[in-house]
Design a protein around this ligand. Sequence first.
Ligand code: GAP
Length: 513
Amino acid sequence: MNKEDLFKKVISHAKEYGFIFQSSEIYDGLQAVYDYGQNGAELKRNIRDYWWKAMVQMHENIVGIDAAIFMHPTTWKASGHVDAFNDPQIDNKDSKKRYRADVLLEDYAEKLRQKAEKEITKAKKRFGADFDEAMFRETNPRVKRYLTEAEETVQRMAQSLEKNDLADVKELIEEKGIACPISGSKNWTEVRQFNLMFSTQMGATADGANEVYLRPETAQGIFTNFLNVQKTGRLKIPFGIAQTGKAFRNEIVARQFIFRMREFEQMEMQFFVRPGEELKWYEYWKDQRMQWHQALGLNPDLYRWHDHEKLAHYANAAADIEFDFPFGFKELEGVHSRTDFDLKAHEKYSGKKLQFFDPELNENYVPYVVETSIGLDRMFLALLSAAYQEETLEDGSTRTVLKLPLALAPVKAAILPLVKKDGLPEISREILSTLQLDHNVQYDEKDAIGKRYRRHDAIGTPLCITVDHQSKEDQTVTLRHRDSMQQERISIPDLPAKVSELVKISSLLTNKS
Ligand code: GAP
């Protein structure tokens, strides 16, 4: 299946099986805003739990908080979001469509890279085992030309954006002959900066109203609570504060399903360290975060590191974990060494000291911060697209199966009486009431057993427990495994331990690659 087809199928599967719906769909939806359905909400909760357990529960020096979405407006002045949380926008005069100028150029560069990769794949096929890929990349004129142009385009764009030279960004778009993907027209407006924060009014009357923002990242709630948490938790450096929660960005280009949304959820952790030790911790967190991903057991080739070429003025190192989504490698998570920029800025704007007294050094300092930041919705999309598979079975029939990591599956086990009579539903419901104490499990008696297996394959249920007439005789059931479709006979009293063993989240927390 090619990637474009895969993406279309993942989107329609997500809707058909209750994972993701367009927000307010009965009113034709709201662009780039989505709702999670009954299975989506479970999967999302399981991903969040896995993150929380790995970050907070498994680290004795990390605690979790839950800060409000609304914050004092000065927060966003101090953080730089009021003045600089902008994207360069450009409109096409004919189609009236709005784009991010940097995205148009990045897409252009990506197409060049894909052309180079195509040449390399072709050559690989032609030369077989003798193929020297590194040499080919360096010497093939076409590949070199594509890759150099891609590199130069991105670099010139980065430099122009750094200098806020928006005229040059427009010139670059025109030089490259980039056309509006909808109309094919090259009739562009000037490039302008567009602030991504949503604002609203707080207060009962218009007079007393105060402009507040919907937070564009969860991180600032951690910085503003730094002293509260450090003091009340009696935490010593190095320590971390984690939180998960909604963030809002008025994205100009909202596309690729739940990849870029206007309302989304982040899982962030700020790790406070001694100045001068931040790069050591940056490496540590890069390593930890990649282990978190790889413990899920997906193909390791789906992940790669991307070091930021252009560092934000407050960062002294930054890298993204990119994932091979159905539309190519894109950012999934960021690890950033943010120096003391945020705490110092909040000291300046609030007039409060945000420092730590280090008893070993006998001095006060503003800690440096290493941040890990991942979008929960992006992680959801990564898992869903890697899990979606269409298989042809031995008898020639096909099945669609979501091979989700067992511990994250929305429903852990389905309990299926073979027929709706002869006491089998009663035995099934007894099993249900035992298993549901620990897991999200479902009872399902409708349709033929094969159809019920397919239904649960499609939502990624790892285990199907079938109660049949033999169950009445010897207190055993069949346990069917989703991925292998193999069945084993198991005694009913052994079920709770067996199911827990197979779907436990602790296997992800200890199974570090
Ligand atoms: N505190 C740092 C920060 O917010 P970011 O790179 O802007 O950094 C972190 O965002 C992560 O949040 C991204 O790696 C991505 O997974 C997720 N994210 C950002 N914007 C998003 C959007 N519009 N929709 C979905 N996820 C988004």
